[in-house]
Design a protein around this ligand. Structure first.
Ligand SMILES: Cc1cc2nc3c(=O)[nH]c(=O)nc-3n(C[C@H](O)[C@H](O)[C@H](O)COP(=O)(O)OP(=O)(O)OC[C@H]3O[C@@H](n4cnc5c(N)ncnc54)[C@H](O)[C@@H]3O)c2cc1C
Length: 325
């Protein structure tokens, strides 16, 4: 096994990771990003990003991803494409292993992100960006004045339904139980919003789609486009069609934190417990972006976390090197 030493290692090359890398390398730290797929994280899977400031006509997700990586690399940050397979944060330097290398670093930023939970219904992947979406604040505008469905039950689903009710002609709120599990304040407003219709005790059984050249969602090329969903009533067993142009899936997220489960404090949902200062329960280990406890999971908030994490990492590294100062 090779060994390699850095001041700071960032696990995950999404916006949180590359913002941390940019700030760390510009603070003079020897900086490495370890990324298991391609630079950009979830951004790289997003056709068009319209809500990241500075791009007046929006920007392709892949383009923004590349720019963020290059931005940090131009100042000297390194990227190695490899999956982190284990970590040992019990002492400093911290140890991070990939399949063929053991890395050590004085500080670590975890920016491994969180993936939206899927419905696991046939056609879901094919219809992604063709009617199936996972982020109302990102993609809601693509469905302006069109009918959409929100699938989910918690606060995120309720928040999405509210946001979309301001943009779309109609919002069908499909949830599994008698009433959504969201906070009462959300539900009261939703009940009094005329273009929101509730479908309680309902499970989404399948998507309705057809070949089309028309523009749907963020994808404008020809192919299959969503036309609606079929839902099953879990009490009566009856099925019904809901015709809509968009379906917003809000059934939770899966944080990429398995690796850290025995070393860091995690919430019941698996997020790393860290406040705005991005500090975890282990000194010198920081959590940035979607992977940590936070109210808004977006590119801009992940990037902001990266900057904050690098700043506190810099302070930590200074005191680790100068214990008596
Ligand atoms: C379909 C979709 C559309 C979206 N649209 C928008 C939008 O328009 N605007 C917006 O602001 N936000 C949008 N978001 C949300 C946004 O992309 C995320 O909030 C943001 O990317 C989070 O950044 P992050 O750095 O925390 O994590 P991520 O972007 O998830 O990056 C994490 C990275 O860590 C890597 N990684 C994980 N585990 C390991 C490991 N063990 N070893 C090495 N690498 C690892 C992953 O491969 C990944 O590249 C969208 C999300 C989705 C899913």
């Amino acid at each position: 096994m090779q060994t390699s030493e850095y001041d700071i290692i960032i696990i995950g090359g999404g916006p949180g990771g590359y913002a941390a890398a940019l700030y760390a390398v510009r603070a003079g730290l020897r900086t490495l990003v370890l990324e298991m797929f391609s630079a950009g994280g979830q951004m790289a899977e997003t056709d068009k990003i319209d809500n990241y400031p500075g791009f007046d006509s929006g920007i392709e997700g892949f383009d923004l991803a590349e720019r963020m990586a290059k931005g940090a690399e131009n100042f000297g940050a390194e990227t190695v494409f490899a999956e982190v397979t284990s970590v040992d944060f019990s002492k400093t330097p911290k140890i991070i292993k990939t399949r063929d290398t053991v890395y050590s670093a004085l500080a670590v930023v975890i920016a491994t992100g969180a993936a939206p939970r899927r419905l696991d219904i046939e056609g879901e992947e094919m219809l992604r960006n063709r009617g199936v979406a996972y982020c109302a604040s990102c993609d809601g505008m693509f469905y302006k004045d069109k009918p959409v469905a929100v699938i989910g039950s918690g606060n995120t689903a309720a928040g999405d339904a509210l946001l979309l009710a301001n943009i779309c002609s109609k919002v069908y709120f499909v949830h599994r139980h008698d009433a959504p599990h969201a906070e009462q304040t959300y539900l009261e407003i939703l009940k009094n919003t005329p273009n929101v219709e509730f479908f309680p005790n309902s499970e989404t059984a399948s998507f309705i789609y057809e070949n089309s050249d028309s523009n749907t969602g963020t994808n404008t090329s020809s192919g299959k486009n969503l036309k609606g969903i079929i839902i099953n009533d879990t009490v009566s067993g009856a099925s019904r069609e809901i015709l809509c142009d968009g379906v917003f899936v809000a059934v939770g997220r899966i944080p990429n934190t398995k690796l850290f489960a025995n070393q860091l404090d995690l919430t019941a949902q698996g997020y790393i417990t860290a406040e705005e200062n991005t500090k975890t329960n282990i000194p010198g280990v920081f959590a940035a972006g979607d992977v940590r406890t936070k109210p808004v999971r977006q590119i801009i908030t992940a990037a902001a976390d990266g900057a904050v994490a690098a700043k506190f990492a810099e302070e930590y590294i200074f005191s680790a090197r100068n214990p008596h100062s």
